[in-house]
Design a protein around this ligand. Structure first.
Ligand code: NAD
Length: 365
């Protein structure tokens, strides 16, 4: 079952790569290239079976088309998965084999870091291909040196988006005294908490790793809470920055925050949870709109833009969200569905604009 797979959604190209010598088993999915080459992370995960890996890569790849279009980037959507446990099966030879496979795709797909792969891993793939990103030392949007890790830019974009959501829902531009709960204090969550602290917000935080939690208490004066408490705190904003599917049948009725604005991917457990949040009067900043800072960073790393250009583009995340919130209010449609519509407008318009003119397409000589 492939072309009629429930997640297939007219993918342009799929490739399955097996390298017996290194044990590499990988799938590369290219969903849509109407705006440009498909850029997306290369995930390494111990999938229970091939079907699980296929489903994941198809969903993630489609998501990248939407994320990049919504961020107005000249990029399409794609993703790759390597089937295996990164702690056991990741070898230099395997990563090199993956690099050779990416090279064979001729640049239609560009790989980047994702869960289970890191900057050094992508650099190893890069020995055999130029079609990897997020690996070049450069000056980031904030004027600081970067090794290619997009997390600081993701955190800043999430902060900008959170501000737009607060302005829309709570009518305030100043975050002083705003109560925010941050779930997950990793690469993105901790930096988001830093931005919020600098802006005067009051923080409640959680993480499953005690050292991450303690650092936020010590450095940011945050109040630590247990992981099971974070979603139900009486705060203004909930910022989920850990894992997906946390907005579900069980959690939604118990959430007290007026705004949900965080970086984690695939926050909605099922599509209908978008409407469930709207019915409860909670303003949800769609994940793939608010967390686009990372893909913006990686895009500009390849074209060598100035830090100011990157910062300005990241700040458009606030405008895009404001547009989504406005359309949602006007139409009564939940914000996630509006974000999908807006993304489709952006990649379909591009496809139409870049299609060959009829006389050139059918012309004879
Ligand atoms: P990370 O692994 O550095 O951080 C995640 C943190 O969440 C870790 O500190 C982990 O201990 C914590 N955590 C895990 N389960 C938890 C739980 N049940 N309760 C509380 N804390 C828990 O990852 P990251 O790079 O910071 O990314 C965070 C999220 O944002 C992910 O969903 C990721 O897909 C998404 N995202 C990240 C980027 C980026 O640039 N890094 C870009 C777009 C989206």
């Amino acid at each position: 079952m492939l072309f009629n797979h429930p997640e297939f959604d007219n993918h342009e190209h799929l490739s399955f790569f097996c390298d017996a010598e290194t044990g590499l088993k990988a799938i590369v999915a290219i969903h849509n290239t109407s705006r440009g080459p498909a850029l997306g992370g290369c995930r390494m995960f111990p999938y229970a079976n091939d079907e699980e890996a296929l489903r994941d890569v198809l969903r993630l790849s489609r998501g990248m088309t939407y994320k990049s279009a919504l961020a107005n980037l000249d990029l399409g959507g794609g993703k790759s998965v390597i089937i295996g446990d990164p702690r056991q099966h990741k070898t230099e030879a395997l990563l090199e084999a993956m690099g050779r496979h990416l090279e064979s795709l001729g640049g239609r797909y560009i790989g980047a870091e994702d869960s289970g792969t890191s900057v050094p891993d992508l650099k190893i793939m890069g020995r055999h291909t130029q079609h990897v990103a997020g690996i070049t030392d450069h000056i980031a949007f904030n004027g600081k040196p970067s090794n290619g890790d997009p997390s600081p830019t993701t955190a800043y974009g999430t902060f900008v988006g959170l501000q737009a959501a607060v302005r829309h829902k709570l009518g305030r531009g100043d975050l002083t005294g705003l109560k925010v709960a941050v779930q997950g204090l990793g690469n993105v969550g901790f930096r988001l908490a830093q931005h919020l602290k600098e802006a005067g917000a009051e923080l409640w935080v959680t993480d499953i790793h005690q050292d991450n939690l303690q650092r936020a208490v010590d450095e940011l004066g945050a109040t630590a809470v247990a992981p099971e408490e974070i979603l139900t705190l009486p705060v203004d904003v909930l910022a989920p920055c850990a894992m997906g599917a946390i907005l579900n049948d069980r959690s939604i009725p118990t959430i007290k925050a007026a705004v949900i604005a965080g970086a984690a991917n695939n926050l909605l457990d099922r599509p209908e949870h978008d409407a469930a949040l709207k019915e409860r009067g909670i303003l949800y900043a769609p994940d793939f709109a608010i967390n686009a800072g990372g893909i913006i960073d990686v895009f500009y790393e390849r074209s060598g833009a100035t830090p100011q250009t990157v910062r300005q583009h990241v700040e458009t995340i606030g405008d895009t969200l404001t547009e989504i919130f406005r359309r949602s209010d006007e139409s009564g449609t939940p914000t996630g569905a509006i974000a999908n519509q807006l993304a489709e407008e952006r990649f379909k318009k591009h496809a139409a604009a870049s299609a060959p003119a009829p006389e050139r397409a059918t012309g004879t000589h």
